[in-house]
Design a protein around this ligand. Sequence first.
Ligand code: ADP
Length: 884
Amino acid sequence: MVKPHANELSEKEKNILTKYALQLTQTIREPLLVLDENFCVLSATTGFKNRFKLIGQAMDGDSVFHLNKGQLDIPDFRNSLEGVLKTGEAINEKTFSIGLKKKGKKRFAVNISLLESPNVQNILLVSFRKLKEMSKTDKQEAVFNRIFKNILSKTPAAICVLRGPNHVFEVANENYMKLLGHRDIIGKTVQEAIPEVSNQGFIELLDEVYKTGEPYIGKETQVQLKVDEDKFKNSFLNFVYQPTRNHKGKIDGIFAHVIDVTEQVEARKAVEDSEKRLREVIDAVPAIVWISDTKGQTVYLNKNWYSYTGQDKETSEGLGWLEAIHPEDREQTKLSFLEGHEQKKGYSIGFRLRKKKGEYRWVLDKAGPKFDSSGNYEGMIGTLIDVHEEKNKEDLVREKDHRLQGIVKEATVATAIYTGKEMRIDLANDAMIKLWGKDKSVIGTPLHKALPELDGQPFLGLLRNVLDTGETYWGKEDKVDLMIDGKMQTGYYNFTYKPLRDKNGKIYGILNMAIDVTESVTSKILLKESEFQFRQMADLMPGMVSKSNKEGVGIYFNKNWLDFTGNDTTKLKEKGWFQYIHPDEKEGFLRAWQDCLSTGCNMEMQLRLKNKEGKYIWHLSRCEAVKEDDGSIKMWISVNTEINKIKEEEKRKEEFLKMVSHELKTPVTSIKGYVQLLLTLIKKQEAAEASKLPLKPSLERINHQVTRLTRLISEILDLSRIRENQLELKKEEFNLNELVQETIQDINYTNTQHEISLDSDSQFRVMADRDRIGQVIINFVMNAIKYSPGSQNIILKITGEGKDKVRVSVKDFGIGIGEENYKKIFRRFYRVEVKREETYSGFGIGLYLANEIIERHNGEIQLKSKLGEGSEFSFILNTTCVTS
Ligand code: ADP
């Protein structure tokens, strides 16, 4: 035995209840069941057992619903039992269709009541009365109903007829049956047939219609109908409850006409839902969204608008939203909005929108036209995004840009920006405009138009190249010709052409910065020129000029150096010029040079340098430092001047002094000797006869030596006079022939070994210093005597030279003079070197003086000579008178 409920009874209770139930059933013939609170059979009458074919079957304690394989397991029956048990209210004459074996379903009127027991559990009494079979009229009615049913089944609506105050289903068409899921309803009350609607208000409605006779129209009324065990379906119905009346006009039923509009309602609801969801989405978008109609009236604003502006729906719709826009921006915003609508074109505008608290913030409004699926214009949809921070940043960037432009404008470095292919001058600061020699009107014009003079110069091409390749161009000291003040002027500039790129890396222009270096380039050019001039000058200089860097390494040698050494610059640089210094001076020089390098002091030194023939030549070497402004050494310039001649002259001077002392010594010694002799003789005069004493020759010798000494001294004096330019001429007119003769006589007086002849063709008078001319003749003759040790003949000639000139020549047949010495012998102290064994006294000043004297008379000295054959010296003077 299976207990349907856990509400277990004790054995004792069970016995009491069973006994009690049996007592009830034994006396009643009608079909009756006694059930406990668990709906288990306590007892059943025979009538019940007969009716439901349960004779001989033990059923005590079985659940009523298990009887005859669930014959009574009817949901409505179960509900009814539970209802009675719960409420205690009895059910009378409730119709149930119960399936009977072989007979099919039969209708029973069932009564259920609760029998309260004082001691134990309550019990339920359930009686069954089989309902009568249909009468004839019932059958007719059934026919009518069938026809009615047939007709109704064709209508698209669900139709049924409910009979009686309990609303028993009398007729229902197919659509109605379908609506209820084809359940068994006919003969059942609404409550029984569709118990799920009992708490949905329909029965109350039916009751109301039945009671009042007023039809009821339901619209899209929701109903929950059971489709399966625990499954309910939501349906929406449009229905009419129309009361029906019997022949007496009394309401006897209700005609229900139902149209299932679930699909439409659900479709509409789906649309509404999707719209709602869309709005929810729109509301969730972190932006303000607005929607307008074709007339330019805002019909929808999402939640964000209201929370942002604090406006309400009424004030913001239409054009009310404009009120929240900053007064300064309102007009423009309105214009854009209406224009966008008119042209059905999207637009974007920034404006200040007032926040709830009155603060204005920048927003960006972007709108676009809205079209339906058929392409019809529906209005606009737009979004508003708060761009306040960005705008501020943008303003800041613009401000920075502005400031930057200001800086560029103020900058002293010439700056310009060119944009686009035509290289339009977008920006050019004052410095650049000044550099171009133009005015501000060039800004905004293409570069080639602003500076047409650039045509033919490489710059436009260079700029184009920068645009094409993106490679910066660096101009260094580039020469630019610009039209400044109506004149083409050349300048030199260091500049850059730098590509400018946008945020996507695309080149949109060029930044040009330039510095005028004209001055430095010009000075460099000048420097180069002066360097060139220096070299030229250095080459022209008689000395050997060289340049060394601050470390003393030779970097330049002038032509004289190259000529002198026979080497080229490279060789000289390699070896340095110091290698040419004579070993005797080299060490000293290098020591001094090192000193110079470290101290920066200049130096001067005499040294010998070896020439290309290997001969050492005396030079005066001077090294001088060229210094920077700060005093540091920049380079060295060395000049080596040949002083060989000076050196030789010095040497000759030394020799001269040696000779002077020697020459003076001889006459003085001699004079001294004769004077002593004369003194001795005078002493002896007292003792001997004076006449026998050799006084005359002694005095003659003294005289001769004194003459020599006098001449020597006057020559030295003349020398210094000439040096001091104090040699004065005492000019007078005299007979030259006479002077020559007198001179020869004088010489002959002291010189007896040589034969001096004189030959003259005429008598010549000259205007001259007689003594000085005499001095010249003496010098010529004395030399002729001195340098002709092996020959005695000396020939003097006085001959006319042209019309008004006279030549006096002195010819000897002595040692002669080599041609190389023709000129040199007229120099001071110059004496032709002779072999050691042949010494000739003299100082080398006689011919020098003679030459000076004749030159001062505007005359000329000439020499004809051949080494070993003799010489002929002559001078020519102007004559004042010539007579034969
Ligand atoms: P000095 O005779 O005292 O040396 P001068 O000036 O008179 O000086 O002469 C210069 C040099 O010229 C002489 O030293 C000599 O070498 C040369 N000289 C002058 N006259 C003659 C001459 N007639 N024959 C050869 N050499 C001469």
